[in-house]
Design a protein around this ligand. Structure first.
Ligand SMILES: *[C@@H]1O[C@H](CO)[C@@H](O)[C@H](O)[C@H]1NC(C)=O
Ligand SMILES: *[C@@H]1O[C@H](CO)[C@@H](O)[C@H](O)[C@H]1NC(C)=O
Ligand SMILES: *[C@@H]1O[C@H](CO)[C@@H](O)[C@H](O)[C@H]1NC(C)=O
Ligand SMILES: *[C@@H]1O[C@H](CO)[C@@H](O)[C@H](O)[C@H]1NC(C)=O
Length: 375
């Protein structure tokens, strides 16, 4: 048709071209609309923040292991509550468990929440914790199925990204802020982990570790697509480490990832997550502040490693955990914050983390900011 226009007389030519353009408008709009809506749709799917926890019951039927499981459930309940309370989005939680019964027990923790909060945490379907052939004998190293977190890329064959969380963690800032770190990766980075900042210092000789202070693997921001495409194979890199350092791995997954990323070739695949997203008692217990970013930005995620949420050694940590545990979703968040602030203030500055003059501010900063924004 446009070819015919060329052969017409000038005035007709113009009219003809205009007619062709007019006819094309609906097609162009349709095309634009199509690509716009699919990209919005895709964005919505990709941007749904996704988290994963791994939970296993100790097969050992002792009182002690039953108590351990109850403690884990208390901690998961607080983790979910803090996430639902601080998010302004819908979060997907993946519960990777040893059995469907464990999955049901965990997903039922939100059953009694008000609907408005329950809708903010969507549980994806049950996935059984997965161990590739050749790793099963290590599966209960350190804690039941502790190394399960290493194989999430195989557990979720069709997921692109997920943030793994230890069950003894809780949010003090919106979970989506942590999730978005995966978009900050450069094209080489595969996994985001925060530095350990103690233990694996220069004096540590048992095995090689990442950087100057090693890594703490309580929080893993993972691009699973890239883990699956890891240079030389992910599992193929892990198994030789397990074989070689078998007797020296006291902290299982954490030691393994430290060894893996100690290699110059592999270290470039690591994104260093800020320590404010994995704040542990060891970052303050000596009375000095080892995590400068938490000092500036506040703590985003608190990690009660080594039972700090329940054993009372670090009173500040326990106070935060217990305040969340007592908080009933739907009740005044103002009252929750006021209670927590008062408890923290009443604790003496005598020992461990409480010696940091700004510890309360660090713990409250994110919550106060959220409150301020909601008002
Ligand atoms: C069960 O756990 C207890 C305490 O951790 C331990 O002493 C005992 O050997 C375990 N039993 C089995 C059968 O694993
Ligand atoms: C699920 O939770 C509800 C409310 O907390 C409780 O009453 C019920 O017994 C639980 N069910 C299971 C199967 O755990
Ligand atoms: C993960 O990596 C893949 C492959 O490089 C990329 O296509 C994808 O967008 C990444 N996912 C996220 C959430 O950044
Ligand atoms: C580092 O990793 C690369 C690739 O996996 C491997 O070829 C090399 O031998 C490793 N180097 C050391 C010192 O382990």
């Amino acid at each position: 048709m446009s070819y015919r226009c060329i052969r017409m007389r000038f005035v007709y030519k113009i009219l003809c071209v205009l007619a062709v353009m007019a006819m094309a408008v609906p097609f162009i709009t349709l095309l634009l609309h199509e690509s716009l809506s699919t990209s919005l749709f895709r964005k919505a799917i990709i941007e749904m923040p996704e988290f994963a926890i791994v939970v296993c019951r100790d097969k050992n039927n002792s009182q002690r292991s039953a108590r351990n499981f109850q403690r884990q459930l208390r901690q998961i309940s607080v983790l979910l509550k803090s996430a639902a309370s601080l998010t302004s989005e819908t979060l997907i939680f993946n519960i990777v468990a040893d059995s469907y019964a464990t999955y049901e027990t965990v997903t039922n923790l939100t059953a009694s929440w008000p609907a408005a909060y329950r809708q903010r945490v969507v549980f994806d379907e049950f996935k059984k914790v997965f161990f590739p052939p050749g790793t099963k004998k290590m599966k209960n190293l350190f804690r039941p199925c502790a190394i399960g977190k290493l194989f999430l890329a195989q557990t979720f064959e069709d997921k692109d990204a997920v943030v793994f969380l230890d069950t003894d963690t809780l949010f003090l800032m919106p979970p989506e802020d942590l999730w978005r770190k995966v978009y900050e990766f450069n094209p080489h980075q595969v996994i985001g982990i925060a530095p350990c900042l103690y233990m694996y210092g220069p004096g540590f000789k048992k095995f090689p570790t990442y950087g100057s202070s090693g890594l703490n693997t309580g929080v893993l921001v993972m691009n699973l697509t890239r883990v699956r495409a890891f240079e030389g194979g992910w599992t193929e890199n892990i198994i030789p480490i397990m074989e070689e350092y078998k007797t020296k791995l006291s902290l299982a997954d954490q030691d393994i990832l430290n060894i893996l990323f100690s290699n110059e070739t592999t270290a470039k695949h690591l994104y260093e997550l800020g320590c404010e997203w994995n704040y542990r008692e060891k970052l303050c217990s000596m009375g000095s502040s080892k995590c400068k970013s938490a000092q500036q930005l506040g703590v985003g995620l608190l990690h009660g490693a080594a039972l700090t949420f329940v054993n009372g050694v670090e009173k500040k940590f326990r106070a935060v955990f217990e305040a969340w545990e007592r908080h009933q979703l739907g009740e005044s968040e103002e009252a929750f914050l006021a209670r927590l602030r008062a408890t923290l203030r009443s604790q003496k500055r005598s020992w461990g983390c409480s010696r940091l003059p700004f510890i309360d501010k660090m713990l409250l900063q994110g919550l106060e900011r959220e409150r301020g924004q909601k008002e």
